[in-house]
Design a protein around this ligand. Structure first.
Ligand code: BEZ
Ligand code: FE
Length: 293
């Protein structure tokens, strides 16, 4: 009755608001706003915030907005630490069995990284523990995929991306694009990445601290793999021995994306592989799915 008249009551609060949107032209928007309104009112009814608490929530969102600029997207960080980025990723990237799993893109991808010859060293400042990274790009039947584009980027041995240290690291340090040949294999050289904090000097970092959470992501390499006729794969390889492997601040770790950074200490073997001393070996195959028909 009250809903029909459009008057607000505590008991009918969500339905009063939702019914006001009856003439929305976009059905999807109408549906989304109905769900959000219902869940938000439900949360407010469960929490019963004081007016002061509600104002603090408003100020948190205001500060989050103020922190955003062309380089910094604090709302994405908020979505990341709430696990929502990973949930949206999971919903939109359900894979057939055997296909490699996806994970978050993150804010440090650079669109125009240089295309490099297979085997190139992406570490341009010779800093860090040398690493060989190799594997194959396969389809779900185990066949190699030729002509796959592999876009890779990683943090350095101190946990910084080149774009966070302009003038300290060379431009495009620890980034590269490679293309597979007929056998679907890839290999390049990098250095062992280190764990690092997500940007935590804003409201999201403050929230994490208040929740007793650290801001760290375990060491990883980022990949975007694309091949004609296959789904684009945005993913990482994680170091299973990293101290933060079970507590990634953004929930990006998946069991299937961990691969041992294997130390190679046999100097003869190292020399044959083109290294002057011991190195780490990382072997990881990626399996691409085909778009659903
Ligand atoms: C990253 O891995 O680059 C990243 C992902 C989410 C938030 C911050 C950084
Ligand atoms: Fe990263």
């Amino acid at each position: 009755m009250t809903t029909e008249q459009g008057f607000f009551t505590e008991a009918d609060s969500a339905e009063v608001v939702i019914s006001r949107n009856a003439n929305a032209q976009d059905e999807r928007l109408k549906q989304v706003m109905a769900v959000i309104t219902r869940k938000l009112h439900e949360a407010v009814k469960e929490i019963e915030p004081t007016e002061e608490e509600w104002f603090r929530a408003i100020m948190f969102l205001t500060d989050t907005g103020h922190m955003c600029n062309d380089w910094r997207q604090e709302f994405i960080l908020l979505s990341d630490v709430l696990g929502v980025s990973m949930l949206v990723d999971a919903i939109n990237n359900r894979k057939p069995s055997g296909a490699s799993e996806s994970t978050v893109l993150g804010p440090f991808h650079v669109a125009d990284a240089p295309e490099l010859p297979m085997g190139a060293n992406i570490c341009l400042d010779q800093k860090g523990e040398p690493m060989r990274v190799h594997g194959r790009i396969l389809d779900t039947d185990g066949n190699p995929i030729a002509g796959a584009k592999i876009d890779v980027w990683q943090a350095n041995d101190e946990g910084f991306y080149d774009v966070q240290q302009k003038g300290i690291q060379p431009d495009f340090n620890l980034r590269g694009v490679f293309r597979t040949g007929a056998d679907g294999s890839y290999h390049f050289r990098g250095v062992k990445p280190k764990f690092y904090p997500i940007p935590d000097d804003g409201p999201v970092g403050k929230l994490l601290a208040q929740l007793g959470r650290h801001p760290y992501r375990p060491a990883h390499l980022h990949y975007i793999i694309e091949a004609p006729g296959y789904d684009r794969l945005v993913t990482h390889i994680f170091d299973p021995d990293d101290p933060y492997i079970r507590s990634d601040a953004v929930f990006g770790v998946k069991q299937s994306l961990m691969a041992k950074f294997q130390p190679v200490t046999d100097l003869q073997f190292a020399k044959a592989a083109g290294f002057e001393g011991p190195f780490l070996d990382l072997d990881f195959d990626f399996v691409l799915s085909r778009p659903k028909t």
